[in-house]
Design a binder for this molecule. Structure first.
Ligand code: KG4
Ligand code: ZN
Length: 344
């Protein structure tokens, strides 16, 4: 594409970004690195199935994408012909869901003859920390905790990052959601564990911390330990869960958070970095946020957490990442296509 000329000399850079990797349809407008709008439509259809049903997610994205983009433009008081580049989540995610965003954005890039930008979802979660006046300084470490990933990322510039630790099995979000399911809570269970855990005693029940070498994580043993614990206790008292829900949730949450923060401390020590961020859906967890801030004070870190709307899946993080890619002229051809998995 012939879009590189005069782009960096433009006064304003306005980007429209779409995120559709899982079960949220989102659109955002970013002007010169400031987010003007970030509209998110969540899909309730999955609740009754206890998890995201890929085919239903794709169909809901098709229904949502036009009104969501229209709302994002309206909130930013802009029109499509004001947009300088169109960005979409290219990977990773559910392929049918990604395709909806990809085809929609590629059509706009073609119709308006403007550059197309591909964004990696996990890179975008990290850069959600740059949507703020109080940005981390480089190099920083980011603990990215979502429904599909758990990673510690060393970030040396907006577009240079390296995964230095990750989960060997379940993601932290899955640990929340799967244990919530054991407790009979609906999907997604993470926010409910947070809600009930607020009123419970985190030290009432002790669950094991796995002994994984280096900066990697594992959550599948914890999930099994919780399953056996609940099975045993409910044998003796069938209403054990109802009687102790707040304390069970607080104790599960405490253990997931201690696993995450112990590895983050080890990473900070290893890389001698004191600018530390968290990101991803699980960073909306109130116990993680409070424990992370407290640890930061103890360790003399400067800590950063995106505001709630930029923690769970959102197009604002796609737009800010696309902005840095625009500055670096990292454009994609119209043959660009999404991928369910992608190294980065
Ligand atoms: O980043 P995200 O919105 O989507 C993915 O890319 O996966 O993360 C979704 C995950 C789900 O597992 C959800 O249960 C979890 O984030 N989550 C939470 C909270 N809010 C969302 N987990 C614990 N506490 C919360 N408050
Ligand atoms: Zn995500």
């Amino acid at each position: 594409m012939q879009h590189s000329e005069n782009l960096s000399s433009k006064k304003n850079i306005i980007i429209l970004a779409v995120e559709s990797s899982c079960d949220d349809t989102s659109a955002s407008i970013c002007k010169n690195g400031d987010i003007l709008s970030n509209v998110i439509a969540t899909q309730d259809v999955h609740k009754q199935y206890g998890g995201v049903v890929p085919e239903l997610a794709s169909r809901a994205h098709i229904q949502n994408i036009v009104p969501v983009v229209e709302a994002a433009l309206q909130k930013a008081e802009l029109e499509l012909n004001n947009i300088d580049a169109f960005a979409y989540t290219q990977a990773p995610g559910l392929i049918g869901s990604l395709l909806v965003g990809a085809q929609f954005i590629k059509s706009l890039a073609l119709a308006f003859d403007k550059p197309l930008i591909e964004v990696h979802h996990m890179q975008a979660h990290v850069l959600a920390n740059l949507i703020s006046n109080d940005k981390p300084k480089f190099p920083f470490l980011c603990l990215t905790v979502s429904g599909g990933h758990t990673q510690i990322v060393l970030c040396t510039s907006p577009l240079n990052m390296q995964v230095v630790g990750q989960t060997l099995d379940d993601a932290a979000g899955e640990a929340f959601d799967k244990t919530a399911k054991i407790l009979g809570l609906p999907y997604p269970g993470g926010p409910l564990i947070d809600k009930y855990g607020k009123h419970g005693n985190p030290l009432r029940f002790t669950f094991p911390e796995p002994n994984i070498p280096g900066l990697d994580f594992s959550f599948s043993g914890l999930k099994t330990a919780i399953l056996y614990f609940i099975q045993n206790e409910t044998k003796a008292n069938p209403s054990f869960i109802q009687d102790n829900l707040n304390d069970i949730c607080a104790s599960i949450q405490q253990r997931i958070v201690s696993i995450l923060l112990n590895k983050l401390s080890a990473a900070a020590k290893k890389y001698q970095v004191s600018e530390i961020c968290i990101a991803g859906g699980v960073s909306a967890n109130s116990y993680l946020r409070a424990s992370f801030k407290a640890l930061g004070e103890k360790q003399n870190w400067n800590t950063y957490i995106p505001s709630f709307e930029y923690c769970t899946d959102n197009a604002g993080m796609i737009a800010i990442t696309a902005y840095y890619k625009f500055l670096n002229k990292q454009f994609a051809p119209l043959t660009s296509s999404p991928a369910a998995r992608a190294e980065w």
